[in-house]
Write a protein of this length. Structure first.
Length: 717
């Protein structure tokens, strides 16, 4: 006898459904029949076609159900699998129940019209969240995140520091060994668990749940300063509409006596004077930033940048406030247009005078630098930052996929498009830098700069010399806004999705709706980002970018790979992929997941600690004080401490009398299931249920016959 009480609600009307049953001895060949009778209440209300009818069926059943719901006859005529029932409803065709198991004796299930369900009958995971409307939306989200500002300013600068064309060798090698396999792994985990990074890693290996939280902390820290780049781009975007671009000449109120026009050197064949500054440099430092002497002198807030930052956050909020339903529509523009503009700027840059000088530097390899560990560290860091490995965004995106989406094709496509885009941006950048080097009669190395200066100083300087410079400048900064927004969408969605997954009741009780949660995250990130737009904000920006993203990410990536590949197990992961796509990963991915990727990440992380260099600003001209570095390490520790802290917590609360038992239980996969809708159990639980059901039927006085099929095997009793 089982009594199940389920509460259902239709707008302001609440009904209670009571179901009681006991076993029936009726036996049919290879199937077990049940009959459900549903009786009307006096106040009958209309039930939408897609509304689920929740039932609870347990070990001891009867042939009759009495439920306070619309009345019709329902008969279970076959078991599709241990995860699905198919039923007949009088005069209405078939119904199907996708279900998971609360324990070995009970099942919590729901029925819906089979013809209306787009998922496969064997898919026992009911979606916790909406799906992408189509595959294009998912791919554009991944491409938009990977092809970002890192391709525009980090990749060219790292090529310059790492031997020019020689840098492309470790870059593409690490892309093959780490980039594609780890992206494939993250997409698989996200799609299988249908959760954000915290929930996904917490299910497959509770001991390393802190790695998921660490990625969320990094994403939150990045959200506070990444939008500052959008604020800069918005400022330049509106300034580009002026008839005479403010970064093209001296004589403005913010210019100094050191201001020097590069165009004169091309005529007189003069080298740029020492201690001189171009109009683009003075516009960025003196007008936009009003930069102070150092991080110790924070100065006042730049109110023009505050307005631009508010504008940027408003754009982000209204793009992600409906989750993927709103952001996916925006990405049709923000993810595709920048790729087209990159090609346009590439073609235009190749026509500039001196472009061959820059391209010669870019493609001419300095082979001796391949023996330098820093080159491999830079290549690995660039792959991880551009592809988005260990940041949680790809897991979050994949959690909105349909269960049977083909992940391998997506992983390869996103990785190749990202690498190809980086190569195109590198050609465009060095062609432009070659033009500036010719103008100033200097070497390419002397012209290059790191950080935002490459984007907001060198590129505007080159654009100012082009015909129709106003049009080119508007298009360029619009491209920067789009590239930055794509990354910011992903960063904010990681934080929002993780909070929504972890605290759904709290969000519903206190914030009422998803839109209020997004608003709260945006407001808090905006407030934490204000120090970045003070007069000394650029120093703080460089500091937090160095420690929050670069230092922490390798440490996090190593433990993520260990949690998935070694603790959860490559065999389990391959079974999950086969269950979703029908094809298991090749032995190449086994090798990369188990051996190559962990060893490479560990080596890069160790060498990065050994060869640690403190952050600097403006090509080493400004060195941070010791207390600023201490703040930086404190920021890095906010994410790093999550891994050991949660590991200790999960170990203490794990079941077991000995340390070995606690350790074994803390790394055991734990796929939590909702007590009402029964979701997300691993294959081991399904096989355990199948074995228990077979044993139960063999011991029953009146045996029943069932045909039970799992996604991996078939068993008949």
């Amino acid at each position: 006898m089982c009594l199940s009480r389920l509460l259902t609600q239709d707008r302001h009307t609440q009904r209670r459904c009571d179901a009681t049953s006991t076993y029936s001895n009726r036996v049919q060949p290879r199937q077990r029949s049940f009959r459900f009778s549903r009786l009307f209440h006096r106040d009958v209300f209309h039930v939408p076609k897609r509304q689920l009818k929740l039932l609870s069926i347990t070990k001891r059943q009867s042939s009759t159900w009495t439920i306070a719901y619309p009345c019709y006859q329902l008969s279970v005529h076959r078991w599709i699998s241990v995860t699905s029932l198919e039923c007949n409803r009088s005069g209405r065709g078939s119904l199907r129940s996708d279900r998971s198991f609360e324990d070995d004796l009970s099942v919590c299930t729901s029925f819906d019209d089979a013809e209306d369900d787009a998922e496969d009958p064997g898919d026992y995971r009911q979606s916790r969240r909406p799906h992408w409307a189509n595959k294009v939306q998912f791919v554009l989200a991944c491409i938009g995140y990977s092809v970002g500002l890192g391709n525009v300013w980090r990749f060219p600068y790292l090529c310059y520091k790492s031997g020019g064309g020689a840098f492309l060798i470790p870059y593409f090698l690490i892309l093959i060994v780490c980039g594609v396999p780890l992206l494939y792994m993250e997409l698989s985990i996200g799609q299988f668990t249908r959760r954000g990074p915290i929930g996904a890693l917490g299910q497959i290996c509770p001991l390393f749940k802190g790695a998921g939280l660490s990625s969320v902390v990094i994403s939150f820290l990045m959200s506070t300063y990444h939008n500052v780049i959008i604020a800069y781009a918005i400022y330049y975007f509106f300034a580009a509409f002026k008839a005479k671009q403010p970064w093209s000449e001296c004589g403005n109120s913010w210019n100094t006596l050191a201001c020097w026009l590069p165009s004169y050197s091309a005529i007189d064949n003069r080298t740029r004077p020492n201690a001189s500054r171009t109009p683009a440099e003075e516009f960025f430092d003196n007008k936009v930033l009003q930069i102070s002497n150092g991080i110790e002198d924070s100065g006042a807030l730049r109110w023009e940048l505050v307005a631009c930052l508010i504008t940027a956050w408003i754009m982000v909020y209204f793009s992600v406030w409906k989750s993927i339903k709103s952001s996916a529509q925006v990405r049709y523009l923000t993810a595709t247009l920048p790729l087209l503009l990159i090609v346009v700027f590439l073609m235009r840059s190749l026509t500039l005078e001196g472009a061959d000088k820059g391209l010669q530097f870019f493609f001419h390899p300095r082979w001796e630098l391949l023996g330098d560990a820093k080159v491999w560290i830079y290549a690995t860091a660039q792959i991880f930052n551009s592809v988005g490995i260990a940041f949680g965004s790809m897991i979050c995106f994949a959690s909105y996929n349909k269960f049977h989406n083909t992940i391998l094709v997506d992983s390869v496509a996103v990785s190749l498009i990202n690498a190809f885009s980086s190569l195109l941006v590198g050609i465009f950048s060095f062609a432009t830098i070659g033009n500036i080097a010719l103008e100033q009669n200097m070497s390419v190395e002397a012209v290059l700069t790191d950080g935002p200066g490459l984007v907001f100083v060198l590129y505007p300087q080159a654009l100012a010399k082009m015909p129709a410079s106003q049009v080119w400048a508007v298009l360029f900064f619009f491209m920067l806004v789009c590239l930055s927004l794509n990354s910011q969408f992903a960063i904010v969605e990681v934080v929002v999705t993780s909070i929504q997954d972890g605290f759904p009741k709290w969000v519903k009780r206190h914030l009422l709706c998803h839109e209020m949660l997004v608003l709260l995250v945006c407001v808090i990130s905006f407030l934490f980002g204000l120090p970045n737009i003070s007069q000394g904000g650029i120093y703080f920006f460089q500091l937090i970018d160095h420690y929050a993203a670069s230092i922490s990410i390798m440490f996090l990536a190593f433990f993520e790979v260990i949690a998935i590949s070694w603790c959860y197990g490559v065999r389990r992961l391959c079974n999950n992929v086969k269950e979703m796509t029908g094809r298991a990963p090749s032995s190449y991915f086994w090798f990369c997941w188990l051996i190559a990727a962990p060893l490479l990440i560990m080596a890069v992380w160790v060498f990065s600690v050994i060869d640690y260099e403190p952050p600097t600003y403006h090509n080493g001209e400004y060195k941070y004080p010791w207390w600023a570095e201490a703040i930086g390490w404190g920021i890095a520790s906010l994410s790093l401490i999550c891994i050991p802290a949660f590991a200790i917590y999960e170990f203490i609360r794990a079941n077991g009398n000995t340390c070995a038992e606690k350790l074994r239980n803390s790394i055991k996969p734990h796929f939590e299931a909702c007590k009402i809708c029964g979701q997300e159990y691993c294959n081991e639980s399904l096989h355990n249920f199948e074995d228990n059901m077979i044993k139960e039927q063999q011991d029953a006085s009146s045996p029943i016959q069932l045909s039970i099929t799992t996604p991996l095997s078939k068993s008949q009793t």
